[in-house]
Design a protein around this ligand. Structure first.
Ligand code: ATP
Ligand code: MG
Length: 426
């Protein structure tokens, strides 16, 4: 029978990689705490309507990429393609506007988009997502970018570039829309079919098209920054000035419009060279019209999402691992079959004392057990032979120096903890 494989665009994160993910999430949690973000856990599926209204019909995500199905109750359900819309839904649904503002929320988990799988692009992928909801201040925009940069800094990443733009507000965007439409209209026939379709509905989207031909055609498109109203211009200047003052490598990219319709004012991406074609490690911006689009009151917000796969790829590309994969501290070896239960008890006691400990379960000969201990990188080996069983001791071998000594078994945990950490209670 043919072997069943994982669906296209999904991947198994195996043991040699998963510890890196745990490290990324640990750092995200620490940065969240230091910056005042609280974690929230949201459903993986939502009503399709949430994304149609919250992301916008004329976007790649809604037009082409959603995993949508009818459930057994004939409701249209979509596997979430991103977290921002769900975050805002939750904020509105739980009347979080009654709490002191802003609300700083973060979350993470799998997202789903039907895309063409490539390096750094999958159909099920993972994001960490940070949002500051409830305040219009440009300093909140600055803080979200600072949050992401601090996560990357603590992960040991460097050479990251912030691309920033403003997509204006309902006051000034229509002005730019017309300017841009005039620019595109002359050569509309040369654009791809999707762009031609979007030309009337949402011409800004044309700037976001990944098609190389369309990219070239919009190379010299007029800049949104030149059309901003005074309020949006001031907002933009405060964010960019702040970024310069915290030492970020910032470049204004007037074609950056992001794939999502609810964005207002600030739009940004953070790029890492190691990612190749999929070079965006993070995408974010302000979305002051999202809450109303999904049927809530007016609630400003700003935030970003960063792909965990792309963070890990960048860490690997930059050799940026603080520490190494978790290893076993102690491996317990039996020199006689009669010692195996004693070994299990010793392993139990070592683990209760906070050490990582393991043993053989397959009846390997002593030599093979020693080999296994060194293969898994154990720092110490505890040896239990007939003499040790009789005398209530254990032989402790330091695998780096090769030195061996005999210790009373009841003192083994404290002895090893001191050897490993300098402290008798690990
Ligand atoms: P891209 O331009 O690469 O398609 P996007 O603009 O669609 O990205 P966002 O919706 O802003 O991306 O998502 C934020 C981040 O999530 C991206 O910067 C990236 O790190 C990650 N991401 C998005 N789509 C995928 C995917 N299909 N596979 C892996 N990571 C992804
Ligand atoms: Mg995309």
């Amino acid at each position: 029978m043919e072997m069943i494989k994982a669906p296209r665009g999904t991947r198994d994160v195996l043991g040699d990689e998963s510890w890196k993910w745990a490290h990324v999430l640990k750092v995200c949690g620490e940065v969240a705490r230091d910056f005042g973000f609280r974690e929230i856990l949201l459903p993986i599926f939502e009503h399709t309507e949430l994304f149609c209204r919250g992301i916008g019909d004329a976007t790649d995500i809604v037009e082409k990429e959603m995993y949508t199905f009818l459930d057994k109750g004939d409701r249209s359900i979509t596997l979430r393609p991103e977290l921002t819309a769900s975050m805002m839904r939750s904020y509105v649904e739980h009347d979080m506007n009654r709490l002191p503002q802003p609300l700083k929320l973060w979350g993470w988990g799998p997202m789903f988009r039907y895309e063409r799988p490539q390096k750094g692009r999958y159909r099920q992928f993972y994001q960490v997502d940070f949002e500051i909801i409830g305040v219009p201040s440009p300093l909140a925009d600055l803080e979200t970018i600072d949050t992401s940069m601090e996560i990357y800094r603590r992960l040991g990443l460097s050479n990251l570039q912030v691309l920033i733009n403003s997509v204006g507000c309902p006051k000034c965007r229509p002005v730019y829309r017309e300017v841009l439409k005039q620019f595109i209209a002359d050569r509309l026939g040369d654009f791809c079919e999707t762009c031609q379709n979007r030309f009337d509905r949402n011409p800004l989207r044309v700037l976001d098209c990944k098609n190389p031909g369309c990219k070239e055609l919009t190379e010299n498109a007029p800049s949104m920054i030149d059309s901003l109203c005074e309020e949006c211009r001031e907002h933009f200047d405060t964010v960019t000035d702040g970024l310069n003052r915290i030492g970020a490598d910032v470049r204004v990219d007037n074609r950056l419009v992001r794939g999502l319709d609810y964005y207002t004012k600030t739009a940004y991406e953070i790029l890492a060279g190691e990612l190749g074609a999929q070079n965006a490690m993070c995408g974010g911006g302000r979305y002051d019209n999202l809450a109303e689009a999904i049927g809530g009151p007016h609630v400003p917000g700003v935030g970003f999402a960063s792909g965990i796969e792309r963070i890990v790829i960048t860490m690997e590309g930059q050799n940026a691992y603080p520490g190494e994969a978790p290893k076993t501290d102690v491996f317990v070896v039996t020199a006689t079959p009669g010692a195996s239960t004693d070994a299990a008890v010793l392993v139990h006691n070592l683990r209760s004392a906070g050490l990582s400990a393991d043993m053989d379960f397959t009846g390997r000969a002593m030599k093979a057990q020693m080999k296994l201990a060194s293969q898994i990188g154990a720092r110490f080996v505890c040896i239990l032979g007939e003499d040790e069983i009789k005398s209530g001791t254990v032989g402790i071998k330091d695998m780096t120096t090769g030195e061996q000594e005999s210790v009373a078994r009841k003192d083994a945990s404290a002895h090893l903890a001191v050897a490993l950490t300098g402290n008798p209670h690990k």
